[in-house]
Design a protein around this ligand. Sequence first.
Ligand code: MG
Length: 179
Amino acid sequence: MSFCGMTEFEPEDALSNELLVGWLKTRGVTIDEIALLVLDAQKPYLPDITLAECREAILRVLDKREVQNTIVTGLALDALAEKGLLPEPLGTLLRRDDGLYGVDEMVAISIANIYGSIGVTNFGYLDKVKPGVIERINGCKENSCNTFLDDIVAAIAAAAAARIAHNAVCPPQTPQKPA
Ligand code: MG
C-alpha cells in the first residue's frame, strides 16, 4: 500500500519539505493557512513579522525527523479511518472524533514539545480557540476524517511560533541605576 503515491522509502532518508507540504495539501491544508496562524500568534510580540518569515519557520519545523514521523503517522491513520481500513473500535473512534480518545492531541503535542513551554502553551491555546484553518478542518464530516489533522496543524503552528519566539533578538537591557 502506498500513501499519497509514495511507494519506496529508505528509512535513513529524511522526508523532503516538498513531500510533507504535498501530503498536508492532499489532506486539505496549505502551508500559507498554517503560516497565518503563526503570524497571528507572533504579531503582538513582533509587529514587523511577515508571512514569509512564518512560512520559513514552518519549513524548519518540518525538517525535524520526529515532526515528520508524527505527521506521517497521524495523516495515515486519518486516511485509513476514512477508507474503513482500521480495526474496531479504532476506526469508529477516529471517524467519530471521539472527545475521550485523546491520542490525537497527545501525538500532536510531541511536535509542540520540541520547542518547550512556549510550544506547548501555544498548542493549548490553538487547540482550545481553534482559529482559522483549525476550525475549518475540525472534526469528521461525511466521508472525511481529520481527527489527527487538526491537532497536527495546530502543533506545527505552535512549534513554528515558538521557534520564532526563541530566535527573536531581545532589545538590549537598559542598566538599572541603584535606587
Ligand atoms: Mg483531533
